[in-house]
Design a protein around this ligand. Sequence first.
Ligand SMILES: NC(=O)c1ccc[n+]([C@@H]2O[C@H](COP(=O)([O-])OP(=O)(O)OC[C@H]3O[C@@H](n4cnc5c(N)ncnc54)[C@H](OP(=O)(O)O)[C@@H]3O)[C@@H](O)[C@H]2O)c1
Length: 208
Amino acid sequence: MNIGIIGAGHIGKALAQDFIKAGHRVAVANSRGPESLQGLIAELGPQATALSAQEAAEFGEILVETVPFAKVPDLAKLPLAGKIVIDTANYYPQRDGQIDLGGHSEGSWVAQQLPGARVVKAFNAIAAADLASQGDVSKPVGERRAIFVSSDDQQAKQTVSRLIEEIGFAAMDTGTLAGSAVNQNGAPLYGKNVTISEGQKIIDQEMK
Ligand SMILES: NC(=O)c1ccc[n+]([C@@H]2O[C@H](COP(=O)([O-])OP(=O)(O)OC[C@H]3O[C@@H](n4cnc5c(N)ncnc54)[C@H](OP(=O)(O)O)[C@@H]3O)[C@@H](O)[C@H]2O)c1
């Protein structure tokens, strides 16, 4: 599959490595242009290419947005309509400045910024270094680290869940984008290194 990754920092690089290992082709993009990404491409190897954000959005059957939270609205100009867009973003006011989420979860806010995109929140609650190192396809799914997945689009969520399993993690369904609040900054599942059943126990505990 062709995967376009908008944002070539910590998470963009880790996901590119994971997807390449699973046999996919990736195009990475940043804000400064493809020429600034030649070092990263040399590291990632022949399954990777650097493109502009517009070209990466056109290239990807699936896209990843992994830019700083405050920069997400910049991506609305890209051709995202009808495409699955994996949203890795987290909102840290001290880093991102004051943004009025209008009472929405971070995932719902991102989806509002990207009209027409099939937004799936995932990979936001794991550190980049762990994302690059903890996937293990040799383990049964029930023993793997869970990646929390939320979306209002069931089919898109299933597609992303399969991708998560392909790179050696387990996809834990955390419901809709509104429900993605359980794995945003400060919430019970945020940053937790758990299997699906351990994650479910945390959720059950919270709901008591
Ligand atoms: N780091 C982690 O461990 C971690 C874990 C989970 C989730 N997250 C979340 O994932 C997101 C990305 O985090 P990160 O740590 O990977 O960030 P990062 O290392 O700072 O990288 C951000 C990337 O986004 C690019 N970018 C910024 N504005 C852009 C635009 N308008 N168009 C295209 N590309 C743009 C930057 O390119 P330029 O350098 O060219 O501007 C850079 O390549 C954040 O929301 C973060 O909270 C991070």
